[in-house]
Design a binder for this molecule. Structure first.
Ligand code: GGG
Length: 378
C-alpha cells in the first residue's frame, strides 16, 4: 500500500469533465492511496462567480501533493461573454492556467510525444515508413512571451526610448495603434529548465538533448538561453547535445522526428513544437503534460475543453490517462505509472476499443474501462 496522498481533482470545463471522469475509472481500480479533493477552475466558475481561479482553489491546492487537471475554455477579452461577465462582477478575466503556473512557480512543462505500435494515427513519411517517435520536451513555463507583461499602447515610459522612437518613425504608427507583448527571460529561469532537461536526459540514459531557440534573430533573450545551455551542457559530458533554430526544428520534425529524444525550449516555442510533435504521434488525444516546480505539480492533457464535444462521452481519454501516469511517476509511484503505460499500449495495439479520432466508435468510458481492465490484469 502506498502512502496516502492528497490530490486536487480539477475537471474544469467542457471535455475536461469527460476525460477526468474516464481517468477516475482507472484511478478507482488502482491501489493509489489518495484523498481526492475536487476544486473549481475555468470558465464555468468564471460565469458563476466572476473569477476563473477562485481563492479557495489556490488555498486548496496548497494543501495538496499534486493536482490532476482536465481543461478550460479560454476566450479572448473581446468576446461578448467575457465582457458581460467582467461587467457583471467588476473583474478582469486572466488565464487561470497561466496564473497557476506563476503562483506555484511551475517552471517546467514536460510533454512526452511517443508513437504507439498499431496507432492508426501514427505519422507516415513521404516514403510510407512510420518512424517510431519518442520525444520528451521540456518547455519553460513561467516566463517568455507568456509572462503577461503587455501594453495596449505605446506608453510614455517606452516612447522616450530611442528604439521605440526609431520604430515609430519607421512605421508611422500612432501610440494607440501599437500593442506590446514582452518576451522576458531571466538567467535563473533559463538555467533551471535547461538543467532539468539535461538531468532528465542523463537519468533516463537518453543522453541526447536538442536546445531550440532563435538566437540569431532574438538576440537578447534567446542569445542568453543558448549561452546558458552551453554552460550547463559542460556539466553533463555524457549527454550529446546540439542546438537548432526553431524554424529548422519545425522542418526536421517532419523529416526525421525519430532523431530527437529530449528537447528543451522557451515558453512559446515549446508550446508550438509540442503540438506539432503531438500531431506526429496521434494528435491531441495522446498529448499529456506535467507542469512542475521543485515541490508541486499540475498534470493535464494538452488539449483544451473542445466545447463542441463536451458531455458527449466521445473524446479520447488517453491524454488524460497519460497525464495521470505522469503524476504517478512524479510522485514516485513508478509501478503504477509503468502498469498504466503498459495498459494504454495494449489497448492501442489491439485496436478494438477506440474513440472516433482513431477511426473507432467506442465511447470515452469504454476506452477507460478497457484500459482499467488491462491495468488490473497481470
Ligand atoms: N488542458 C489544457 C487546456 O485546458 N488548455 C486550454 C488553453 O490552453 N487555454 C489557454 C489559457 O487559458 O492559457
Amino acid at each position: 500500500m502506498t502512502r496516502k496522498y492528497k490530490i486536487a481533482f480539477m475537471p474544469g470545463d467542457g471535455i475536461g469533465v469527460d476525460v477526468l471522469a474516464a481517468a477516475k475509472v482507472v484511478l478507482d481500480v488502482s491501489d493509489f492511496n489518495a484523498e481526492i479533493i475536487p476544486l473549481d477552475i475555468g470558465f464555468t466558475i468564471f460565469e458563476k462567480e466572476g473569477e476563473p481561479l477562485p481563492e479557495r482553489t489556490i488555498e486548496g491546492l496548497k494543501e495538496c501533493d499534486a493536482a490532476f487537471f482536465g481543461a478550460i475554455t479560454s476566450k479572448p477579452r473581446t468576446d461578448p461573454d467575457v465582457q458581460r461577465i467582467e461587467r457583471k462582477y467588476g473583474t478582469i478575466y486572466r488565464s487561470p492556467i497561466v496564473r497557476l503556473r506563476q503562483i506555484f512557480d511551475l517552471y517546467s512543462n514536460m510533454r512526452p510525444s511517443k508513437s504507439y505500435e498499431g496507432n492508426p494515427l501514427n505519422f507516415r513519411k513521404i516514403d510510407g515508413s512510420i518512424p517510431m517517435i519518442d520525444i520528451v520536451t521540456f518547455r519553460e513555463n513561467t516566463e517568455g512571451l507568456y509572462s503577461g507583461i503587455e501594453f495596449d499602447s505605446l506608453i510614455p515610459e517606452l516612447k522616450v526610448l530611442p528604439k521605440f522612437k526609431e520604430f515609430q518613425h519607421r512605421t508611422g504608427a500612432e501610440d494607440s495603434d501599437i500593442r506590446i507583448s514582452c518576451r522576458v527571460f531571466t538567467r535563473n529561469g533559463c538555467e533551471r529548465i535547461i538543467r532539468k532537461a539535461f538531468e532528465y536526459a542523463e537519468i533516463t540514459k537518453r543522453n541526447k538533448v536538442t536546445v531550440v531557440h532563435k538566437a540569431n534573430v532574438i538576440r537578447a533573450t534567446d542569445g542568453m538561453f543558448l549561452e546558458i545551455a552551453k554552460k550547463v551542457a559542460e556539466e553533463y559530458p555524457e549527454v550529446k547535445w546540439w542546438d537548432e533554430n526553431i524554424d529548422a526544428t519545425a522542418m526536421w520534425l517532419m523529416k526525421r522526428p525519430e532523431e530527437y529524444s529530449v528537447i528543451v525550449s522557451t515558453n512559446m516555442f515549446g508550446d508550438i513544437i509540442t503540438d506539432q510533435a503531438a500531431m506526429l504521434t496521434g494528435g491531441l488525444g495522446f498529448a499529456a503534460s506535467a507542469s512542475t516546480s521543485n515541490d508541486f505539480g499540475v498534470f493535464e492533457p494538452n488539449h483544451g475543453s473542445a466545447p463542441k464535444y463536451a458531455g458527449q462521452n466521445k473524446v479520447n481519454p488517453i491524454a488524460a490517462l497519460k497525464s495521470m501516469g505522469l503524476m504517478w511517476e512524479w510522485l514516485g509511484e513508478t509501478e503504477l505509472a509503468d502498469k498504466l503505460e503498459m495498459a494504454i499500449s495494449q489497448n492501442i495495439k489491439e485496436g478494438k476499443i477506440k474513440t472516433y479520432d482513431m477511426g473507432g466508435t467506442s465511447s470515452t468510458t469504454d476506452v477507460a474501462k478497457d484500459i482499467a481492465q488491462k491495468f488490473t490484469t497481470d
